[in-house]
Design a protein around this ligand. Structure first.
Ligand code: ATP
Length: 621
């Protein structure tokens, strides 16, 4: 079960019903109004162009340089051919000046090439910088259900690999495409003006080229897409197995994991091999056709020259231009491949950007300011997908400051109820009200700012103990942090850590115990000072001393706040103002400990017969 409340990072990846993607009824209807997705190349290209056009000034400079460099590159062979006619055939003077002119043309060609590439690199780096920021921001705006159905590593691959792919292609493609087109037009015009017949002969190979390129790019387009997809899949798998290392080792699954990795790796190898070998065939094909055209031009050109129709210089210009004319075609084909792979990457980036943000429906929502803490679950129903309902018409109230213990067998819907309260998901039927107002009328951010969570396995970030506590309220002073830690009974263990409050915690919180993690989470919640508190009691046994400390800290934390506790411990349940018993998604009993004992229902059976944590957290049948 993937449960964002319980496990921000998890190993198991269960099969999920396909319908889940439609989410709640509300989401399903919203998805019909979705923006068009970047599912075709021209749309994606246009969006990429929009990104580039953000830097109009610099882009114009690049275009100017491309025009100049193309002109200089056309001028070179032309001058060389003219030199042959003037200085070898006609024995004209002024050879040195002519050489100088050619040297200047070639030097300017290099200079303009250099400038265009430097400027283009700046544009493409800035573009992917913007894309990366947008993508990261968007990832933090997406709703929990989006993450519930995706692998983290696969998403990470989009922020890293796919964006990188877009960047490297932008660097080369834009310039190459433009200069290829210009060179093509320029070359053909000069050729036509020199000898229409030779131009026609040179064109003979064009259909062959076009056909060859088309065939190749058809094959490679699909393969490049597959390659990116396989890479994302592999990254997802690596991330998953690394973060689940303990489980992999504990269940001795190393061999299986490695075998499964090999399978994915093999898929990349195969798609990469074919994509690259087939696209690598393009230059070879073009080269062969090029040589063929050169032979035709040389042969027919020689005959024409002997007949006095054209000069030797023209043959030289033509031979050179015939090469120049196929080179842009060749480049276009190559660049088309690079562009296809950039499009594949960009499509995966745009896919994420096009997802609807969590706050999509908040145009009319207001900020939740003051909270007294009266919560009303009114006929709340919910299902994760199209399948069975996870919650069925659940109704109960919590008064300000009350503690509500949620009790029930595993899978009864306790966590789901909490997920609805903080609007990770929205109820498909009924409503949840806070101080009498429907929670859907408030922005999620403001709603959650009045809540704090202490979960079974608290998530600690890499950083100091102090920063981890400060996560509860970013503007808290050091004194406030220490006071919160003292109230949470965490101060004494923190001061015993090497470095005290400045001790560095690792990403997975290793280095401190489970109980200590809980105390830090409580300190965080105390600092946040919320009106509504959600506790998911740890089921794992914690040593008695720490347990007492946790209980004491929790009592302090819960005082004066409306608290919902997914309770596993007798002590907590007995002390709650209200016990809500959930069974199979429905509320079956509600009342205080004494009231429920009198009812002699599920709860009293549980209490009298076999009340221990294992029963509450699961063994009910
Ligand atoms: N993301 C999800 N997608 C689909 N179904 C889910 C999802 N999360 C939970 N469920 C299903 O919803 C039901 C209720 O789950 P929930 O986590 O609310 O139970 P719970 O009472 O908190 O159980 P536990 O005590 O074991 O944590 C279960 O049948 C579970 O399989």
């Amino acid at each position: 079960m993937l449960n964002p409340l319980k496990q921000p990072f998890q190993y198991e990846r269960p099969e999920r019903p396909a319908e889940e993607s439609s989410g709640t009824g509300e989401k399903a209807s919203a998805s019909k109004k979705k923006k068009p997705r970047a599912k075709n190349a021209s749309l994606t290209l246009k969006r990429m162009a929009d990104y580039l056009l953000h830097y109009k000034g610099r882009l114009s400079a690049v275009v100017a340089m491309v025009v100049l460099s193309s002109a200089f590159s056309l001028l070179g062979p032309y001058l060389a051919g003219r030199a042959v006619d003037r200085f070898l055939i006609e024995r004209d003077s002024g050879f040195i000046a002519f050489l100088l002119l050619m040297a200047i043309a070639y030097a300017l060609h290099s200079l303009t090439m250099w400038l265009q590439s430097i400027w283009m690199i700046t544009i493409s780096q800035q573009t992917v910088y913007r894309m990366r920021v947008q993508l990261f921001n968007q990832l933090h705006r997406l709703p929990i259900p989006y993450f519930a159905k995706r692998q983290q590593g696969e998403l990470m691959s989009r922020v890293t690999n796919d964006i990188e792919n877009v960047s490297s292609s932008l660097n080369s493609s834009v310039i190459q495409l433009l200069s290829s087109v210009l060179l093509l037009v320029g070359t053909v015009s000069v050729m036509l003006s020199l000898s229409p017949l030779l131009t026609l002969l040179t064109f003979l190979i064009v259909p062959l080229m076009v056909y060859g390129m088309k065939w190749i790019t058809n094959q490679t387009g699909k393969l490049f897409k597959a390659q990116q997809r396989n890479l994302g899949d592999l990254n997802g798998y690596i991330e998953e197995t690394l973060s689940g290392q303990r489980i992999v080792k504990a269940f001795s699954q190393e061999q299986n994991v490695i075998a499964s990795f090999r399978l994915r790796n093999e898929r990349i190898r195969v798609s990469g091999f074919w994509a690259q070998s087939i696209s690598g065939f393009i230059p070879k094909l073009m080269n062969a056709l090029n040589n063929l055209s050169f032979a035709i031009v040389a042969g027919v050109g020689a005959i024409l020259a002997l007949q006095g129709e054209i000069s030797v210089g023209v043959i030289i210009i033509f031979a050179e231009y015939a090469r120049q004319f196929t080179r842009p075609l060749n480049d276009l084909a190559n660049q088309w491949n690079t562009l296809l792979s950039a499009i594949a990457g960009a499509e995966r980036v745009f896919d994420v950007l096009d997802e609807e943000a969590e706050c999509k429906d908040e145009a009319e929502a207001s900020e939740l300011k003051e909270v007294k803490g009266a919560i009303d679950f009114d006929n709340v129903s919910f299902s994760y997908g199209e399948g069975a309902q996870t919650l069925r018409s659940v109704s109960f109230q919590a008064s300000p400051g009350e503690t509500v213990a949620l009790v029930g067998p595993t899978g009864a819907g306790k966590t789901t109820l909490i997920q609805l309260l903080c609007r990770f998901y929205d109820a498909s039927g009924g409503r949840i009200a806070i101080d009498g107002n429907d929670t859907r009328g408030f922005t999620r951010e403001s709603l959650r700012s009045h809540m704090a969570f202490v979960l079974q396995d608290p998530f600690l970030f890499e950083g100091t103990v102090r920063d981890n506590i400060r996560y509860g309220r970013l503007d808290a002073t050091d004194e406030e942090i220490e006071r919160a830690a003292s109230l949470a009974n965490a101060h004494s263990f923190i001061t015993r850590l090497r470095g005290g409050y400045d001790a560095q915690l690792k990403l997975d919180g290793s280095g401190i115990s489970q109980g200590q993690k809980q105390l830090l989470a409580i300190a965080r919640a105390i600092l946040a000072d919320p009106s509504i508190l959600v506790l998911d009691e740890a089921t794992s046994s914690i040593d008695t001393v720490t347990e007492i400390k946790i209980q004491e800290a929790l009592q302090r934390l819960m005082k004066g706040r409306t608290s919902f506790v997914i309770a596993h411990r007798l002590n907590t349940i007995q002390q709650a103002d209200k016990i809500v018993v959930l069974q199979d998604g429905a509320l079956t009993e509600i009342g205080s400990h004494e009231e429920l004992l009198e009812k002699k229902g599920f709860y009293s059976k549980l209490f009298n017969g076999q009340l221990d944590s294992s029963v509450l957290s699961g063994a009910h049948s």
